[in-house]
Design a protein around this ligand. Structure first.
Ligand code: C2E
Ligand code: MG
Ligand code: MG
Ligand code: MG
Length: 275
């Protein structure tokens, strides 16, 4: 009887693995289809100057509207894009599309607004990543408004390579932000060597800012550290006025979050923020 129970458990496990694998194959197939059929969208979330609340630009966030399942969150499909290697193609689409968006903003007369895209660790390691960015951006000779955000946690995996790629991006005229700062384990030594322009304080810290004295002092120190390294500081996930007030007092440079504006489709962004 014991053996039977065990066999059933093993069978159940096998079933579970099989159906998960099936779901994965379906997701991959649908993502591939979306890539080939213009199935992705970029949502835009505004960023503001902390001291004046003036609009400084936006972050582009990838969205996928699945024909049956509706809007799928990046937390679910970005890992699949990464594991399948499809992120290379998706990332290139994001950058091409974002560049068109900021060119349009120039045409509308909104000069000086920057648009940042996220780049995944997997793309950064890709040999032709910089070549692709060069092909896209070199024609502008640095005169464009496209910026890059890269998650802190992976930059330190191969610090020499990261330095090389970030510097190449800056040479192409992109400003580079270290995203989700505080969630990785950067040593100060490495942080000071990264060719970056800004550091984005992870939203988990912003959420605790007004509640935890420890977090308040941590964020105070992160901002001081960033400024001493010549980096601008952007706070993400600002949801409440009190957080915005504190961040301004702490000399945070820019803010982004639901309190100021959610990520929205391009048309809605332009209607709301550009006039
Ligand atoms: P991220 O780059 O740190 O982006 C910030 C995330 O926080 C976004 O989630 C945004 O919608 C959300 N957010 C903004 N303000 C608030 C707020 O006030 N409160 C809360 N709770 N959340 C807020 P989203 O769009 O779901 O994206 C999640 C992550 O997926 C991004 O984190 C980024 O790492 C990744 N991602 C999104 N688009 C792309 C892309 O085009 N390429 C790559 N490689 N990754 C992307
Ligand atoms: Mg980001
Ligand atoms: Mg972030
Ligand atoms: Mg994040």
């Amino acid at each position: 009887a014991e053996a039977q129970t065990r066999d059933r458990a093993v069978l159940g496990f096998t079933e579970e693995v099989r159906s998960r694998a099936t779901r994965r194959v379906e997701l991959e197939r649908d993502l591939r289809h979306a890539l080939e059929n213009d199935g992705f969208e970029l949502y835009l979330q505004p960023k503001f100057h902390a001291a004046t609340h003036r609009l400084t630009g936006a972050e582009a966030l990838l969205r996928w509207r699945h024909p049956q399942r509706g809007m799928v969150s990046p937390a679910e499909f970005i890992p699949v894009l990464e594991e399948t290697g499809l992120i290379v193609e998706a990332g290139a689409w994001v950058r091409r599309h974002a560049l068109k968006v900021c060119q349009r903003w120039r045409e509308l007369g909104s000069f000086g607004l920057r648009l940042a895209v996220n780049v995944s660790p997997r793309e950064l390691r890709q040999l032709n990543f910089i070549t692709e960015c060069e092909q896209l951006l070199a024609p502008f000779g640095g005169d464009h408004d496209l910026d890059i955000e890269i998650t802190e946690s992976m930059l330190m995996d191969d610090i020499a390579h990261s330095i090389m790629v970030l510097q190449a991006l800056r040479d192409l005229g992109c400003r580079v932000a270290i995203d989700d700062f505080g969630t990785g384990y950067s040593s100060l030594n490495y942080l000071s060597r990264l060719p970056a322009d800004a550091l984005k304080i992870d939203q988990s810290f912003v959420a605790l800012l007004a509640l935890s004295p420890d977090t308040l002092s941590l964020v105070t120190n992160i901002i001081g550290l960033a400024h001493s390294l010549g980096l601008k500081v952007v706070a993400e996930g600002v949801e409440e006025e009190e957080q915005a007030k504190l961040l301004r007092l702490l000399r945070c440079d820019e803010m982004q979050g639901y309190f100021f504006g959610r990520p929205v489709p391009q048309a809605q962004f332009e209607e709301t923020w550009l006039h």
